[in-house]
Design a protein around this ligand. Sequence first.
Ligand code: FMN
Length: 129
Amino acid sequence: MPKLAYFSVTGQTRRFIAKLPHIESVEITVTNPFIEMDEPFVLVVPTYVSEVMEPVNDFLETGDNTRLCMGLFGGGNRNFADLFCFTVHDLEQQYGLPVLHEFEFQGSDYDVQKLESELDRMSQKTKRV
Ligand SMILES: Cc1cc2nc3c(=O)[nH]c(=O)nc-3n(C[C@H](O)[C@H](O)[C@H](O)COP(=O)(O)O)c2cc1C
């Protein structure tokens, strides 16, 4: 089963991840962004200006992390209109990673299901490799 890696500034994304207690997750922090993943994972990140998101770039550029990242879940706030979840789209452009889903704040039941089903789908795929 692929794992989760996430970044959170005000705690919303952390609360979203906590809704999947059965999935192993690692938190990227400002003080420790250089975590080396050793299995495929999904990256879940909120939306902020690029300066705030620098730890996520550091994380993706650590070890084999970009290659092992299976896709992106973006958290944001629809009040930002055209800027809703722009961070995951920037990361898609920068690192060629697919955006799998966008959600608001700590995610709804639907968003949790969506993450579970993506992880399931990926574990089927990685088993076949
Ligand atoms: C200063 C600031 C700027 C933000 N800018 C955006 C934005 O441009 N687009 C967006 O979709 N959400 C934006 N958000 C909303 C956050 O990305 C959203 O609330 C997210 O769930 C926060 O996750 P976190 O609590 O894990 O940091 C912004 C929030 C703050 C506080």
